[in-house]
Design a protein around this ligand. Sequence first.
Ligand code: ADP
Ligand code: MG
Length: 238
Amino acid sequence: MLEAVALTKDFGSHRALDGLNLTVSPGEIVCLLGANGAGKTTTINLFLGFLEPTSGEARVDGVDVRADAIGSKRKLLYVPEQIALFGELSGLENLAYFAALSGVEDVSAMHLRDCLDRAGLARDAMDRRASSYSKGMRQKVGLALAIAKQARALLLDEPTSGLDPAASAEFHALVVRQRDAGAAVLMVTHDLFRAREVGTRIGLMRGGRLRRMIDAADITASELESLYLEEMGSTAES
Ligand SMILES: Nc1ncnc2c1ncn2[C@@H]1O[C@H](COP(=O)(O)OP(=O)(O)O)[C@@H](O)[C@H]1O
Ligand SMILES: [Mg+2]
């Protein structure tokens, strides 16, 4: 569903992403870990078509995102660290606005309330102004949009940074539900524990390169931490 083929991005003379090869299939959560500046957000932005690759391809559903910018975005749902909502509008009104922009056919209040409900937003919060929402509630509106547009791939960039552990657990459970419904999920995170819990595979990035790809089932949380520290600390360029 998501495929990076020798994907490379330079900013001036700086190579932010260097020959990334990666696939994320339906029903899979691939987590990307790595220190700041590793190229994680650049990877997400290339899949979203926000950036043009220097070389290589980012494919969504087998198609280069440059060849079908609108069609590929329809299939994707992007959740950044901070979801921007209109503070003066309610959660329901925000969802209606973004669903209409995304080409969702059924934007009836009944359907959108159901999507918010499935994303875990309390019924009594749906009509409150979004300016009163916690970060966790804003993220739920994002996931409700994924449900409304039946997104086939989720691109999540540090979606739970700054959430308390209970809100983070709830968010991850919702992502797992999307995975079980067949979504392909690419999630950037600094949370080693959750990456191992929910990830199918875990990629360790450093200096624009994918250094290692690990099957989450093969590793304990403490082994993952050791590997991470080893990769991030190593000075050997390969
Ligand atoms: N728009 C940009 N212009 C110039 N350099 C950038 C830009 N975006 C990212 N970079 C650089 O590319 C590298 C990778 O950045 P990024 O993908 O944001 O890292 P991460 O998300 O892993 O922290 C960093 O060195 C960063 O400074
Ligand atoms: Mg980033």
